[in-house]
Design a protein around this ligand. Sequence first.
Ligand code: GAL
Length: 693
Amino acid sequence: MIERKNEVEKRKVTTEDRLLHGGDYNPDQWLSYPDVLKQDVEFMKLAHANTFSIGMFAWAALEPEEGVYDFEWLDEVIERIHSIGGRLILATPSGARPAWMSQKYPEVLRVDSYRRKQLHGARHNHCYSSSYYRKKTQEMNTKLAERYGDHPALLMWHPSNEYGGECHCELCQANFRTWLKEKYNHSLDELNHSWWGPFWSHTITDWEQIESPSPIGENAVHGMNLDWRRFVSHMTIDFYKNEIEPLRKITPDIPISANFMSDNPEFVPFTGLDYSQFAKEVDVISWDAYPAWHNDWEDTPTLAARTAFLNDHFYAMKDQPFILMESTPSAVNWHDVNKAKRPGMHLLSALQMHAHGSDSNLYFQWRKSRGSSEKFHGAVIDHDQSTENRVFKEVAELGKIMENISDKVTGYRRQADVAILFDVESNWALDDAQGFGLKTKQYGRTLQKHYQAFWEEDIAVDVISKEHDFSKYTLLVVPMLYLMSEETAEKLQTFVKNGGTLVTSYISGIVDESDLTHLGGWLKPLKETFGMEPLETDTYYPSDRNTLDFNGKEYEVKDYATIIEVNEANVLGTYTEDFYKGTPALTENPYGKGKAYYIGARAEHAFHADFYGKLIRDLKLEPALSVEHERGVSVQGREAEGLRTVFIMNFTESEQPISILETVKDVQTGETMEGKRTLQPYEVLIVEKEIGN
Ligand code: GAL
């Protein structure tokens, strides 16, 4: 087992000692309502709110005409927030443009993949190549940094909003070609080899023939599609770096974030950009979380586990606390059905964020808009302008609790012995693959299913990328890593050789980093590490079933089953049906100082629970606190300097008996406790325990 340090230092990601509570504040929508602006500040105090992100969509208010700036309204708003001891996350407004700009400089407008120039409107749709837009964002950000850089309320920068999307204009085409020339050493032969050019006579003979993927043009060259996704990430990050240049220069001590997101409404890791690369450029990771609580297709514990997974993904990106930049205190306006959070859910879902590494609970938005598309999106202040409604009261109650627990949470770290690998490049390639089941690949969802088995046992997990250091983990779970370079395969082999336990699954190690299949069967490092080789992947119709026989129990298999040839590996499980009945479905191979497991089939949840349960026991993995409970209660902790703060959360709609097997102290009341208790529906208990060396 890998030794873990008991004494971890706090890692405060901002200069603020408190947990941050507040959110997106859009006073520019209310400038002709002075009473509303005054009321906002009064209500901020009542909500126990202390931090506001301002200005993400305020370009039209800040620069109403080209070169004519108006910062006075913002000065006033900032002073008001400062006067109540509030802090400021200052946004740059590039997420949406003023109309005058699109009218005068149409190059800022995107061209879509059908090569249609977009009209002015909506948001998050500027061209990342436009030199005018790049110059203007720098100008604007210079002014913001010069004016507010020394303001004592300024806590952090929030450049733009939810970077994403792509542009296919001529400027972007030219940049794509330049990027490709650099990548392929100016060699079309190299490019044609990677893109498998001769297929359908798609050999490129002049760089100018290259056009970004399009439904009305090239879309079948998978290597190109993959490069395009990489290029879009590169361009976005490059735009971001350009945007933040003045901020870095003028305010070197103010941390810079960028609000990341999930793929919605599926609520799986975001695949629009490669966040593992983007994360390197930001100081503080922040994200916008909108789980559909109380939906009618999954139970609350399942959604809680998926939310936890995403949090652990954002925590692991920089191995430090993150900021929850947006969430809703009630309902959103863009799910198919926008259901109100039931009483208690706001508190529970917000505290879950802290349990998994967030140092904030920030909302979109502070006050509900009066008009336009988000007027029914949940907010702290509703159209009734009251502090007496249920939502406001629950927000204020959370604010008080956050104040009480702040010094036992802020900057506290998470410690995980288990990692699950998410690779966005593999996700891109797998989704593009014309094969397997077109609707059943579900990479992100599959990772969340593996994760859930650990969540149910209260075992902390980091959701990492292939670039992370694997050596600090005892167990590494790598399901469905379709795209696997030789380098990654060797890294996995080294991990096992040195004592790690590795699990992979069906549809792994099939193509290389250019989306070309590996020749000669599975990669050598994988064959050696796993002592077996996948021979064939069988894909099932939705009604097809098989069974995996493991440890005397039978588990339902659907969607995928791999036919396996075993060399040195031990067979732990077999198929019970079909022409491969009785052949291996699950293998284990002791290799070097570690072990490697291969799961050949997509099995039901009970299999994950039993299989990972056994690994958890074999590897002596421990939760943050020993608590006996039924499914639906989750125990997660954060620690620093010898103290661990643990959140015991009831994600069910019923009372839950629990038994705490260690002596702990209630963080809020100071009461010492151990043994049996009952958690009310959605109740959270926050306790602390000292951890020795
Ligand atoms: C986010 C966005 C916010 C707001 C919110 C509504 O994606 O950043 O500006 O639109 O969604 O849920």
